[in-house]
Design a protein around this ligand. Structure first.
Ligand code: S3P
Length: 452
């Protein structure tokens, strides 16, 4: 594991980035592939799985609850326990840095009539779990948690869980998913009302595994998701498409570094995930969406990205759920745009792997960017060409155990006049272990200069 020793890294102004790359598998789909494969009856075969630390922790948790998980060549093979038949984990389930792994598994196993305990790293331990624990309490789950509903958490389900109708109070796919997964081992219909649509991988994949799940969307876009509990799930074959959130880093780098021309293959283009591409196109980015196709029920495409002169925009607030993980790197793109970029509706950024709003604003300021951090907004005044951006003294951005803060600021340094240093690049392994090699292959100058 990467926790403990910090490893700083520095990115320097680079010559044009060029080449064709394939991005590792989508993190959201990879977590769910392990979970649903581990739960379903029979065998699930997964190719393209993201082998980042976060996902591997989910695989270990499923193993600890009875699933058999192995790898044969490029294929992960899971023999599931069958819906309703998870075993009590003998030790605490350690999710490391992963909110998705932890929160979804709380739903998956929390309603079982045995104890399950959840732990994680310092980042995950500081994140709010009440958003998942509250609906579980309504379903009859007993909860022991540290102050403020934080980890460590121990759950014990009732003899028979109570199906609920739950209106998700914040735009969160993790909360929606946790309730639905709890519904899998609950008799009757569990209903989730989602006023603002978030990524829909849980719904689509559960349907693919054979769950009786329906989605109704009303005229205002409010979604009602109904799941019949205690049905049979059957193992599937899954080819995980490339992660659009990881794609964002080489993509923005190619836009910012003059003379770049980069093609990124096999990117998931599910509309609940493509807000960044739309926003960058509105800023004037040359992004060609090529070879659009359907793969395993998901839209997939190749992206050709050429360096572009960006202009500042106001990002529509209702787009936030479809680009929630991409604001840090969008803020970096905005630092190089002509004019002002305004981002609103960012309250959820405060409870990610770090307080991303504060982390981004302080990293930008450290590197010469004029920006204003509001309660739930960020305004960035750009400097085309990156003149005077970066930190000539080598002062490091604090990454707060947050992989996306580390990658965003390393992208910034590729186009800034002065280098950009981050205090710790180790967390990149949670979601994008290939990041350094992939970026180097395109011509990016990034050195890890800390202890190995
Ligand atoms: C995820 C949902 C989002 C996102 C996270 C992955 C998921 O979290 O930020 O990286 O796979 O369901 P929230 O539900 O907290 O918005």
């Amino acid at each position: 594991m990467s926790h403990g020793v910090k490893r700083p890294a520095t990115a320097r102004k680079s010559e044009n980035l060029n080449g064709t790359v394939r991005i590792p598998g989508d993190k959201s789909i990879s977590h769910r592939s392990f979970m649903f494969g581990g739960l379903a009856s029979g065998q699930t075969r997964i190719t393209g799985l993201l082998e980042g630390e976060d996902v591997i922790n989910t695989g270990r948790a499923m193993q600890a609850m009875g699933a058999r998980v192995r790898k044969d060549g490029d294929t992960w093979i899971i023999d599931g326990v069958g819906n309703g038949a998870l075993l009590a984990p003998e030790a605490p389930l350690d999710f490391g840095n992963a909110g998705t792994g932890c929160r979804l598994t709380m739903g998956l196993v929390g309603v079982y009539d045995f104890d399950s305990t959840f732990i994680g790293d310092a980042s995950l331990t500081s994140r709010p779990m009440g958003r998942v624990l509250n609906p579980l309490r309504e379903m009859g789950v007993q909860v022991k948690a540290a102050e403020g509903d934080r980890l460590p958490v121990t759950l014990r389900g009732p003899k028979t869980a109570n199906p609920i109708t739950y209106r998700v109070p914040m735009a969160s796919a993790q909360v929606k998913s946790a309730v639905l997964l709890a519904g899998l081992n609950t008799p009757g219909i569990t209903t989730v009302i989602e006023p603002v649509m978030t990524r829909d991988h849980t719904e689509k994949m559960l349907q693919g595994f054979g769950a009786n799940l329906t989605v109704e969307t009303d005229a205002d876009g409010v979604r009602t998701i109904r799941l019949e509990g205690r049905g049979t799930l059957t193992g599937q074959t899954i080819d995980v498409p490339g992660d659009p959130s990881s794609t964002a880093f080489p993509l923005v780098a190619a836009l910012l570094v003059p003379g770049s021309d980069v093609t990124i293959l096999n990117v998931l283009m599910n509309p609940t995930r493509t807000g960044l591409i739309l926003t960058l196109q509105e800023m004037g980015a040359h992004i060609d969406v090529l070879n659009t196709r359907l793969a395993g029920g998901e839209d997939v495409a190749d992206l050709r990205v050429r360096s572009s002169e960006l202009k500042g925009v106001t990002v529509p607030e209702d787009r936030a759920p479809s680009m929630i993980d991409e604001y840090p790197v969008l803020a970096v793109a905005a630092a190089f745009a002509d004019g002002v970029t305004i981002m609103n509706g960012l309250e959820e950024l405060r409870v990610k792997e770090s307080d991303r709003l504060a982390a981004v604003a302080s990293g930008l300021k450290l590197n010469g960017v004029d920006c204003d951090e509001g309660e739930s907004s960020l305004l960035v005044r750009g400097r085309p060409g990156g003149k005077e951006l970066g930190n000539p003294a080598g002062a490091a951005v604090t990454t707060f155990l947050d992989h996306r803060i580390a990658m965003s600021f390393l992208v910034m340094g590729l186009a800034s006049e002065h280098p950009v240093t981050v205090d710790d690049a180790t967390m990149i392994a949670t979601s994008f272990p290939e990041f350094m090699d992939l970026m180097a292959g395109l011509g990016a100058q990034i050195d890890g200069n800390g202890p190995a």
